[in-house]
Design a protein around this ligand. Structure first.
Ligand SMILES: [Zn+2]
Ligand SMILES: [Zn+2]
Length: 121
């Protein structure tokens, strides 16, 4: 199961999501059911039961951002909540990593319309 969400500004992929069942693919997480987000701020992996991952995937496909926000707002950080649009990493102006007491805290980004939002936590 794979879905790519396009950037509302330039049409390039904003992020691609793939659901892998345990045993599929390669790498460290091979033995776990998981969903991978690629193309935005590196690769982010989220684990869960296949059922809950399939549900998350369906929600992405329906562009049901209100539900996604409740499930895991950080997972769709490429979506500007003020614009209600998806933007790719090139269209967000992504700032430097911010540190709190020497520990990585978060990264802020500014969307093409000038809204500032956390893009990585
Ligand atoms: Zn915006
Ligand atoms: Zn773009």
């Amino acid at each position: 199961m794979q879905i790519t969400l396009p950037c509302a500004q330039c049409g390039r992929p904003a992020a691609a999501f793939t659901v892998h069942a345990a045993g599929e693919g390669d790498g460290l997480w091979r033995d776990h059911d998981r969903i991978e987000r690629a193309g935005f701020m590196g690769v982010v992996i989220k684990f869960g039961s296949l059922e809950s991952l399939a549900q998350l995937f369906e929600t992405l496909r329906r562009h049901d951002y209100e539900t996604l926000r409740r499930l895991d707002a950080d997972f769709i950080a490429f979506h500007c909540w003020e614009c209600g649009k998806d933007y790719c990493e090139q269209c967000w102006r992504i700032g430097p990593p911010e540190f709190d007491d020497g520990f990585y805290d978060c990264t802020m980004g500014i969307c093409p319309a000038g809204h500032e939002q956390m893009v990585d936590d």
